[in-house]
Write a protein that binds this ligand. Structure first.
Ligand code: EPZ
Length: 422
């Protein structure tokens, strides 16, 4: 297993290109199951999760080609497709459950493994199940698999979500495009990745209104065509790299960055003493002056502060002047980076869903363990500012969501290298 070695203390200067969004690509790819015509995605990120989704779709009989060294994904699924998503793929990546809605819509049945829990939480699927049942599906749990059937096809309906689940909104949105009649998703998730999915589905001929708001209305159609669609910028990668100069000084321009993807996050960075300047190529980020101000953060569904940037923000606040409070409201166990940051000298107390971070002058490098995707990168960020060396182990988590992190940070002056594992 590879590790990443970071030698702290260097200021960062230069440009970091921001890739297409992992969490948009992972819902755009299953949309190929909704049509027999070609669906091509541009600006795709080169990540191991994308490879996992590729394998899953290929196991169902879809043709998926990775072109231009992974930047373009050309897909098509002609004829009947298999409708069983096996546990050994789904357990590796929860987003595999996003084939459920498309398979139900296309074939009228599907057998999809429950993903099982992961490091950050139990990750149940009750919201997905209730939503698809509202569209007329019959879903039964047997031997860890969801067995779903839609006799006579799905029918449009009013679908109130008890929580604005991103994945449940995506599964329901894709299923509703081919349902008979009108579907209204209430309390829908509003993330930019939902807006991107709706834009792509509309190019394929779907009739969708309200994506990006809490109420999405879909008029079902008989069939969808193909499309070519550019994957939206990855706002979580963007936020992560905006924090790099914030944590260790210097000035970095994030190419492709857009403030509208991260309004709440940018407001918090401004409050913490970070300047963000919009340029014609992206966002330029630097500290306004010396220290970072302590701020309080509460994660929430979009447009609130993204849970996927909570760990990275904690890394910044470890050396802020004052005490910060981070409240995690989306996942039940998303503070696993805290004990690792404490090994580096951070002063953090976790009580339930709130972490209290008392700023210290300086972090000290240490060997630390990555536990999940976003925790991994928060340890890298902390290592950039720490005195001495930080060795982040188990970086396979990192490769799921960040393209060549050591290359992107190294290019702006970070002293960082990948150490091949045994
Ligand atoms: C998506 O996961 C993202 N993944 C996550 O990013 C992100 O953290 C999350 O949305 C929240 O923004 C992808 O898009 C591939 P949810 P998803 O359904 O759809 C509970 C990353 O680091 N819930 O909005 O699974 C759930 O347990 C990943 O890139 C139910 O209880 O998130 C969680 O506590 C991590 N029942 C909360 O809702 C359900 O049926 C939010 O989950 C579904 C969800």
């Amino acid at each position: 297993m590879d590790s990443i070695l970071v030698k702290g203390g260097a200021e960062l200067h230069g440009e970091i290109p921001i890739a297409g969004a992992k969490n948009a690509c992972l819902t755009l790819m299953p949309a190929t199951l909704l049509t027999e015509e070609p669906l091509t995605l541009m600006n795709a990120p080169r990540l191991s999760d994308i490879k996992t989704m590729t394998m899953l779709l290929q196991s169902l009989g879809a043709e998926v080609q990775s072109l231009q060294s992974g930047r373009v994904i050309a897909m098509s699924s002609l004829g009947p497709v298999k409708t069983r998503a096996e546990y050994d793929i789904v357990r590796k990546m929860r987003a595999s459950n996003l084939v459920l809605g498309p398979l139900l819509a296309r074939e009228g049945h599907a057998v999809v493994s429950l993903p099982g829990g992961c490091a950050i939480g139990a990750r149940p699927m009750d919201i997905h199940i209730h939503a698809l049942e509202a569209l007329g599906a019959e879903i039964e749990l047997k031997d860890g698999y969801l067995h779903a059937k839609a006799h006579g096809g799905l029918k449009g309906a009013r679908v109130p979500l008890r929580f604005a689940s991103v994945g449940a909104t995506e599964n329901t949105l894709m299923a509703a495009t081919l349902a008979k009649g009108t579907t209204v998703i209430e309390n829908a998730a509003r993330e930019p990745e939902i807006v991107d999915l709706a834009a792509c589905l509309s190019k394929m001929g779907a009739q969708i209104e309200g994506a990006g708001t809490s109420t999405i209305t879909i008029q079902g159609v008989d069939r969808l065509g193909g499309a070519t669609h550019p994957v939206v910028t990855d706002r979580i990668e963007l936020g992560t790299y905006m924090l790099a100069p914030a944590i260790c000084g210097g000035e970095v321009e994030c190419i492709g960055g857009r403030i509208d993807l991260l309004v709440s996050f940018c407001e918090k960075l401004d409050e913490a003493g970070i300047s963000i300047t919009e340029t014609d190529r992206g966002l330029k980020v630097a500290r306004k002056n010396g220290r970072i101000n302590a701020v309080d953060v509460k994660t929430a569904p979009f447009p609130g502060f993204p849970t996927d940037l909570q760990a990275q923000m904690m890394a910044l606040l470890c050396t802020a002047s004052g005490t910060s409070h981070l409240e995690e409201t989306i996942f039940e166990n998303r503070f696993m980076h805290a004990p690792e940051l404490m090994r580096m000298g951070a002063n953090i107390e976790v009580h339930g869903g709130t972490a209290t971070v008392a700023g210290v002058e300086q972090l000290k490098g240490a060997p630390v363990m990555a536990t999940d995707l976003r925790a991994s990168v928060s340890l890298i960020l902390a290592g950039l500012a720490a005195r001495g060396e930080t060795l982040v182990n188990r970086v396979y988590h990192l490769d799921r969501g960040y393209e060549h992190v050591e290359e992107k940070l190294g290019a702006v002056g970070a002293r960082i290298e990948r150490v091949a594992g045994s």
